[in-house]
Design a protein around this ligand. Structure first.
Ligand code: SF4
Length: 669
């Protein structure tokens, strides 16, 4: 497949960009002191070499008042030499590079700015930080705007091809723009015209500072997705005004960080927010970028070909595979490792103040340290188990020149990942298996499915190394009644082997338990195509459709013995899972230790109250953890010189760890 629109160059003011793929600014935490590091340079160098058109770096704090730890700083001249090294490294490979000018306002916590009180348009408490900022005094406003202009000049001096003013996601410019956070009574508050003034003046000052020929971009929220906040209508007005003020490109994203509408998780359909960019495009004549959940060159091509936007962002997509543009251009799109929107390696780590990595690409951020070098002594490698750990180990070992055979006892590859097939909002996990399988084939790995690995097989294959990636098996708790006929395993429910009765109790509120509950509770709800059909034909009232969307045909309760359900789900995703469970009417009871299972339900102890309770159920579903499946290690002792146990076979954890261990073992052997 060709991507003629995606790979056509575009002029933005004086700047020619070689294609329409943009890596938007991402917080990476590779710059602990704010100075450019070799780690950051190598990360972006790899993406530039991989063929991206434009890289936007940041956020780059413009001053000392609106930043957070680990950002790429630009607020002082002393950062310019480091930034120069970064821009040269990126430009060497033909990519363009811009700096995103960042001022967070009330999204900064005082602890991040030396105990100072953050400022904003008005003193309105931030849900994100729990703090109330102070309102900027009228005479302070020009100073903050000047800080944007000075930072833009520094960016120009450091060799950036352009600057992007951050005016989205609820940061300072958004705070002036929104009636929710702007309660001012001067010329910067009240009407939309007044609320836009701060942002417009920032653009004017930046434009004056950098001169007429230098490209200036802005990032806008296409809809704040905040009740009572700005929608695409106000965003269109603002876009039109900043265009007049001198902006050359508008980068349109979704809502604020505080919004309760998911923006980046697997629940968000691909291309979900492209309509916002399309709305902005209708109001301006400068190019517009569409963002969020565009992880595939085919989607990018479609968006540009249809005229929905002029460029597309692929930030996480390029974290997952820096070679995405080259692979697409060279007819190898099937070998792209696509971002699966899991957030496990990226956003969840940002919230923990850890450097970003990627579930599908453990090399992200460690490009130099984890180079995939040819094996000095290629060997015969047998990988047992076709889950994510085994697949990644096989791919990496084969890439290094080892002769690899992979054996899987099931008919298909994927292991536990396949359990996601029927869970609402989790299907994207299957792409991990698809992409690894495509690469496995291209690398010439011999794959034997429906094959049991035993001593006879190992003897016949004569491997020099065995990698045991045999995964885990569900753990059955020691609860009276756990072996009764109405008790089933969550894995069997998710794999479709078993159906449940109308009333189901899920024992265990970890990720698997909650996802099983989601799966069960969504049964009998309106599927997307039927919803669309009913809506466009006005066949039912909106109230009826809404009711049918939320109500399935099962009553589902989750009993979790700790105080927090979903504790093993990353913070960027957990709240969306909990919201879905609420929407579907699933009851989640924490602090509930199941003491007995009977034919008619469960008895449990309410830990806090110290009381006993019972719950009726037709089916009791066990989601009570897993234990390693690694008995073959003992069986093969003495048969093979080197045996490596990885992934869940070593210790049940998540897919991030499984893929990482597969990759590392592939590098080591
Ligand atoms: Fe995408 Fe997950 Fe990688 Fe983040 S960690 S870039 S969401 S695949």
């Amino acid at each position: 497949m060709d991507y003629p629109h995606l790979f056509s160059p575009i002029m933005v003011r004086s700047l020619e960009i070689r294609n329409r793929i943009v890596m938007t600014a991402m917080h990476l935490s590779y710059t602990p002191e704010g100075d450019v590091t070799e780690r950051l340079i190598e990360f972006y160098r790899a993406r530039a070499r991989g063929g991206v058109g434009l890289i936007i770096v940041g956020g780059c704090p413009i001053d000392e008042y609106g930043s957070m730890a680990g950002m790429v700083c630009i607020q002082q001249d002393r950062f310019i030499p480091g930034l120069k090294r970064l821009t040269s490294a990126v430009k060497e490979s033909g990519a363009r590079i811009a700096a995103q000018l960042y001022q967070a306002g009330r999204y900064t916590h005082s602890s991040m700015i030396g105990g100072k009180k953050p400022f904003s348009s008005s003193a309105v408490r931030s849900k994100l930080t729990g703090e109330t900022p102070r309102a900027l005094e009228l005479e302070e406003i020009p100073l903050v705007q000047e800080a944007f202009a000075k930072a833009a000049l520094r960016a120009k001096e450091a060799g950036f091809d352009a600057v992007e003013i951050l005016g989205s996601a609820g940061y300072l410019i958004s705070q002036f723009l929104s009636p929710l956070t702007n309660r001012r009574e001067d010329q910067y508050g009240g009407s939309l015209e007044n609320r836009m003034r701060f942002g417009i003046e920032v653009v004017e000052k930046v434009r004056r500072a950098v001169g007429p020929g230098y490209p200036v971009f802005i990032r806008l929220a296409g809809n704040d997705f905040m009740e009572g906040g700005n929608t695409n209508r106000e965003a269109r007005s603002f876009a039109s005004e900043v265009e007049k003020a001198g902006v050359d490109l508008i980068d349109v994203t979704g809502g604020w960080h505080e919004t309760r509408i998911p923006q980046l998780t697997m629940f968000v359909p691909s291309k979900a927010f492209v309509y916002l960019a399309q709305g902005i495009k209708s109001a301006v004549s400068v190019p517009v970028i569409a963002s969020n959940r565009i992880n595939d060159p085919a989607l990018g091509e479609e968006i540009i070909r249809n005229g929905e936007a002029d460029m597309v962002t692929m930030a996480r997509a390029l974290l997952a595979d820096p070679e995405l543009p080259n692979k697409a251009r060279e007819g190898k799109a099937h070998l792209i490792y696509r971002c699966i929107a899991c957030n496990q390696g990226c956003f969840d780590r940002i919230f923990q103040y850890k450097p970003v990595t990627c579930l599908v690409n453990p090399r992200a951020g460690l490009e130099k340290e984890l180079e995939i070098a040819p094996a000095p002594n290629p060997r015969k490698v047998l990988v047992i188990g076709g889950g994510p750990a085994g697949l990644k180990a096989a791919c990496t070992a084969a890439e290094r020149g080892h002769r690899v055979t992979l054996v899987e006892k099931e008919p298909g590859l994927g292991g536990q990942v396949l359990l996601n097939r029927h869970i609402p909002g989790r299907k994207e996990m299957l792409r991990l298996v698809e992409d690894l399988t495509h690469n496995l084939e291209a690398l010439g790995v011999t794959v034997m499915t429906r094959t049991l690995a035993d001593r006879a097989l190992v003897s016949s294959l004569e491997p020099e190394v065995v990698v045991l990636a045999t995964g885990a098996r569900p753990q059955v708790p020691d609860i009276p009644g756990a072996s009764k006929s109405n008790v089933v395993l969550a894995w069997d429910v998710l794999s479709g082997k078993i159906t449940t009765g109308r009333r189901a109790v899920v024992v265990g509120g970890n990720a698997v338990g909650l996802e099983t509950a989601l799966f069960l509770a969504s049964q009998g709800t309106l599927p997307p195509e039927v919803t669309h059909f009913l809506l466009v034909n006005k066949a039912e009232t909106l109230e009826t459709i809404e009711r049918l969307l939320h109500k399935g045909n099962k009553e589902v309760t989750v009993l979790e013995m700790t105080g927090r359900a979903g504790a093993d789900i990353g913070s960027s995703t957990r709240w969306t899972v909990m919201a879905e469970l609420r929407r579907l009417g699933v009851r989640v009871q924490t602090g509930a230790r199941v003491t007995e299972i009977t034919e008619s339900g469960v008895t449990f102890q309410r830990e806090k109250e110290g009381t006993e309770d019972s719950l009726g159920a037709d089916t009791v579903v066990l989601a009570t953890g897993a234990e390693p499946e690694n008995g073959l290690a003992k069986e093969f002792e003495g048969l093979v010189r080197e045996i490596r146990v990885i992934g869940d076979a070593k210790e049940p954890r998540n897919a991030l760890e499984a893929v990482r261990e597969g990759f590392l073992v592939g590098l080591e052997i």
